[in-house]
Design a protein. Structure first.
Ligand code: FE2
Length: 179
């Protein structure tokens, strides 16, 4: 799904069935967890999952990237942190969890809602394992988008960010024509 499809939402709704199912699955998981001894509270994980996903879609639209894939990445990039409550190394450790989650999604819901391709799963995997490296830049636009959206979402929730996050959220604001 690309930018130009946003302009036709009066005639046809956005195709977000895969993302919406993934959000429901993650929400089910989160609501069954107990919120103790976590590096970040579950309430943050839940808020961030939804808002980072939505922000990722807007940035994707502004950059002409796939809106649903960006939204899925925004929703799932912190999967290790969501499931364990452990912040340290949550990006690299989240990669295999994300791949496993998306392959199971394909097996269970692919036929009904549409399969995520191997290439899409690989992109989401890369964005997950690299998203905490806000300093370096890759050639993959979804990877970079996820870093930018992650930073902007923190800013919008009023959370302090380290200095090296600043170019990230500003890049997003610029593309959204807010800067
Ligand atoms: Fe995040």
């Amino acid at each position: 799904m690309k930018k130009e499809q946003l302009s036709t939402i009066n005639e046809s709704t956005l195709s977000m069935s895969r993302l919406n199912k993934i959000l429901n699955i993650l929400l089910d998981e989160i609501t069954q967890m107990e919120d103790f001894e976590r590096d970040q509270p579950l309430s943050w994980s839940m808020k961030h999952m939804f808002s980072c996903s939505q922000i990722s879609k807007l940035i994707a639209a502004s950059r002409g990237l796939d809106i649903e894939i960006a939204g899925i990445t925004g929703a799932i990039h912190d999967l290790f942190l969501i499931r364990t409550g452990i912040f340290e190394d949550h990006a690299p450790k989240g990669g295999p969890l994300v791949k496993d989650f998306l392959n199971k999604f394909n097996q269970t819901f692919g036929k009904e809602l549409g399969y995520l391709s191997e290439k899409e799963i690989e992109i989401i995997y890369q964005a997950t394992i690299l998203h905490t490296d806000k300093t370096n830049y890759t050639k993959d636009e979804i990877v970079e988008l996820t870093k930018d959206a992650d930073a902007l979402d923190r800013v919008l929730h009023g959370i302090d960010i380290p200095k090296h996050y600043i170019p990230r959220y500003k890049a997003a604001l610029k593309d959204l024509k807010l800067l």
